[in-house]
Design a binder for this molecule. Structure first.
Ligand code: SF4
Ligand code: SF4
Length: 368
């Protein structure tokens, strides 16, 4: 059976602006019927790295907040801290970045709560019993929320081909330990040249997995549990992730994490993709290059697989922009993501998500 994916293009006029069209999408997916009065509703989005401007505009998020409040819910905006060292690596920097990017209370009318706490250790192990993971580690406040709205900026991505709903959930909701588990099967490593032997990581590691040998930090992989916290503690960025996961394994890992995020949220999750400013790479970079296609619209669905399939198809059906970094596949129908990242088979995430029962790739696009 095909899943409905509701589509709003970006045409607007005196009788309906884009905020009104977003409301029509929220009505179409029945967001207001998915939670009880007083329920906590997590709105999961990416607040944008400092310097990036491609993330979803706060005024759209305000509309989602208004909609939830009108239905009696208690919305909060959320994301989990990043694995790498950047402007969203802990809750303090993350909230400052979000506010500087416009997600202030005055604009969005909802509190911001970082799902995995101050340093990314506030996580809940969710049992999934799937091929690659028995348990996944998710930011606790997302697990504790009664309902979930995923508002994803749809764009290209260097590891997954594109980043949409599945990426916003599977990677975006994972705690630092969960993110590390998706990227790597091994402990972080110390770059000896950068290490000054200050010992901060030694004191910080709760597993006593780090020691100083010849005034340089050394990680004992037998003791390390892969929490990733030493990566952000080191003032010299000497501790680094070992990116050892091949792309197909990484994509399956991300999908299994998505299953963990959605566990217990049956009938209580809503998915939105903003196919606007479709930049070639992740919003985690402190910049965003020229979009690869013109803005397309906003889609909403109750199926996380169908919405990503439909969004990828909409981008690939569009004309590629010659003023972007695309070098081929400009024509309508040609694969823009493969042109950007020839070694990434983005379809794996959709195939695997369908196989484990997260949704279907078959969809019906319904224009609102
Ligand atoms: S915190 Fe960084 S610089 Fe200090 S000992 Fe650890 S790895 Fe070396
Ligand atoms: S990843 Fe966690 S457990 Fe492993 S060395 Fe770093 S702080 Fe210790």
């Amino acid at each position: 059976m095909k899943s409905p994916v509701y589509f709003a293009d970006l045409r607007a006029g005196p009788n309906q602006n884009l905020i009104g069209k977003l409301k029509a999408l929220l009505d179409a997916v029945g967001l207001a019927e998915k939670f009880k009065k007083g329920a906590f509703v997590a709105v999961k989005l990416h607040f944008g790295e400092a310097g990036n401007t491609a993330y979803i505009r706060p005024v759209f998020i305000r509309k989602i907040v208004d909609h939830i409040k009108e239905a009696g819910g208690r919305p909060f905006l959320t994301d989990a801290n990043t694995l790498y060292v950047g402007s969203r690596r802990d809750s303090v920097d993350h909230l400052i970045t979000a506010i500087q990017n416009g997600f202030t209370y005055a604009v969005v009318d909802a509190p911001l709560i970082i799902a995995d706490g101050l340093r990314g250790g506030n996580e809940t192990a969710v049992k999934v019993d799937l091929k690659r993971f028995k348990r996944v580690y998710i930011g606790s406040e997302i697990v504790r929320a009664d309902a979930l709205v995923s508002a994803a900026h749809f764009k290209g991505h260097e590891l997954s081909g594109f980043g949409g709903t599945i990426k916003n959930l599977g990677m975006g909701c994972a705690s630092r330990k969960g993110k590390l588990a998706q990227h790597s099967t091994v402990s972080p490593k110390v770059k000896r040249k950068k290490c000054e032997g200050c010992g901060e990581c030694v004191e910080y590691c709760a597993q006593q997995a780090i020691s100083l040998v010849d005034e340089k930090a050394r990680i004992d992989p037998k003791k390390c549990v892969g929490c990733g916290e030493c990566i952000i503690v080191c003032p010299n960025q000497a501790i680094q992730i070992q990116w050892d996961q091949a792309i197909p394994a990484f994509l399956e890992n991300m999908v299994e994490y998505t299953a963990g995020v959605l566990k217990g949220k049956n009938g209580a999750a809503t998915f939105l993709n903003f196919i606007t400013q479709v930049s070639p790479a992740c919003d985690c970079y402190p910049h965003n290059d020229t979009p690869i296609v013109n803005d397309i619209g906003i889609v909403a669905s109750n199926d996380p697989v169908a919405i990503d399939q439909a969004s990828a198809d909409l981008v690939n059906q569009a004309q590629g922009r010659k003023d972007s970094c695309l070098t081929k596949n400009f024509q309508s129908g040609k694969d823009k993501f493969r042109a950007l990242y020839p070694n990434v088979d983005w379809e794996i995430q959709l195939e695997y998500a369908e196989r484990i029962g997260l949704g279907t790739r078959a969809y019906e696009l319904e224009a609102i």
